[in-house]
Design a protein around this ligand. Structure first.
Ligand code: HPA
Length: 266
């Protein structure tokens, strides 16, 4: 068991500036890392452990190309029973060990008929429909402000760097608004119709607490969704976690290439 101070010491000869949060079925991004340092969340003092199938609950630290990165294989969801302030603690820990840029991935359902399963959506804004906020509770002004400006929570520059890599790879990508629900039930057809009316392009059960926490402590963020299905009622089949994982596998290969190329293309 190690605490944050010991963790920082452990990283002193690697010093990653980028952290990558890997969503459902997207763990493969970390598999290409040579000589990885692997740390289980359960080995870090005060760190919660993730319970969802398909999530490993560990960090993999090492180089993609010439760049040191820290990959989070598994995240914490509100539907597991966690208060989102746990996500704030996790993101603030990343800032404290030297991370400056956060790359977030997730699996999401499409609300936009033009955004198909297997394609990637860059998130340019979000609607927090989770009913909670990770910053609720006492505030430490030395970490971030009480009232956080969300205008530039999704960093336009970092996003455009990713977009130009995607263009070079001829990947089909979109840009849109992500709406977060807590889950774990999928949405009803009526909810999907309502969310489309609100102007959302994709719906999912994660990411928003991470992005709010990153804006709070000053990390630059890019967030990308692998579209795994159309929202309930937009097509005939029922939704399942298995379908999410199998479509995520398709999109994951594109996203893996995109992230690797971001670090290796000059
Ligand atoms: N809804 C919510 N979360 C999701 C979905 C969905 O349709 N697909 C993948 N994650």
């Amino acid at each position: 068991m190690i605490n944050i101070k010991q963790f920082k010491k452990l990283l002193s000869n690697r010093r990653p500036k980028y952290a990558i949060i890997l969503g459902s079925g997207l763990g493969a991004v970390a598999d290409g890392i040579k000589n990885p340092l692997v740390i289980k969340y359960s080995d870090i003092e005060g760190f919660p452990t993730s319970t969802v199938p398909g999530h490993k609950g560990q960090m993999v630290i090492g180089k993609i190309g010439e760049t040191e990165v820290l990959c989070m294989q598994g995240r914490f969801h509100m539907y597991e029973g966690y208060h989102p302030s746990i996500i704030k603690e996790m993101v603030v820990s990343l800032k404290q060990i030297g991370i400056r840029q956060l790359i977030i991935t997730n699996a999401a359902g499409s609300l936009n008929p033009d955004f198909h399963p297997g394609e990637i959506m860059f998130i340019s804004d979000h609607i927090n429909f989770s009913g909670l906020n990770p910053l609720i509770g006492p505030n430490d002004e030395s970490i971030g402000p009480r009232f956080v400006d969300m205008t530039s929570a999704y960093d336009a520059k970092l996003r455009s760097r990713f977009k130009s890599v995607a263009e070079k790879l001829k990947l089909k990508t979109h840009e849109g608004t992500y709406l977060m629900v807590t889950g774990p039930s999928f949405e009803t057809p009526a909810e999907i119709r309502a969310f489309r009316t609100l102007g959302a392009d994709a719906v999912g059960m994660s990411t928003v607490p991470e992005v709010i926490s990153a804006a709070y402590c000053g990390l630059k963020t890019v967030a990308m969704s692998v579209i795994t299905n159309f929202g309930a009622g937009m097509q005939k089949e029922k939704l399942s976690h298995e379908q999410t994982l199998s479509c995520a596998a398709l999109g994951a290969s594109s996203l893996t290439r995109l992230i690797k190329s971001f670090f290796t293309e000059k």
